[in-house]
Design a protein around this ligand. Structure first.
Ligand code: ZN
Length: 149
């Protein structure tokens, strides 16, 4: 274990213990359910979009440490961004988590970079990408639920 991965692990555990923006959002413009049957992670992601910008984002649900930490970090990273910026971030996170040769530098993603190590654990990749796929659907699609299967 390097010092860096210790730090990253601490960050993930902190978000799991104390998830940010973990709440219902009655005035959300979109709410999408995400489900990862492989692990049993389940979340509902809320977004409030106005003038092409993500004014607010929150989630509720149950899941493993990786899925909850990923969703918690997502809400911190995406709030205040334009829809386009949020979609670009989704693409970067997807690249980072699923590609064997990612073009994305985790160091440029702030705390989200902590999730990069998940790539080494194929069983957990869907735990980390679940909230991002759910966000992408909330911003672009018209489905009301997402599954990683
Ligand atoms: Zn999981």
């Amino acid at each position: 274990m390097s010092e860096m991965s210790d730090l990253y692990q601490e960050l993930i555990l902190d978000h799991k213990r104390n998830p940010r923006n973990f709440r219902d959002m009655p005035d959300a413009t979109r709410a999408v359910d995400g489900h990862n049957p492989l692990c049993g992670d389940q979340l509902r992601l809320f977004v409030k979009v106005a003038d092409g910008r993500v004014e607010d984002v929150s989630f509720i649900g149950v899941g493993c440490a990786i899925s909850v930490a990923s969703a918690s970090m997502l809400t911190e990273a995406v709030r205040g961004k334009t829809v386009e910026e949020a979609q670009r971030l989704f693409a970067e996170m997807h690249d980072l988590l699923t590609s064997d040769h990612p073009h994305t530098d985790p160091a440029e993603l702030g705390s989200l970079g902590a999730l990069a190590g998940v790539h080494e654990y194929p069983m957990r990749v869907k735990c980390a990408t679940l909230s991002w796929h759910t966000l992408d659907t909330a911003l672009t699609g018209d489905e009301e639920s997402v599954t990683t299967e």
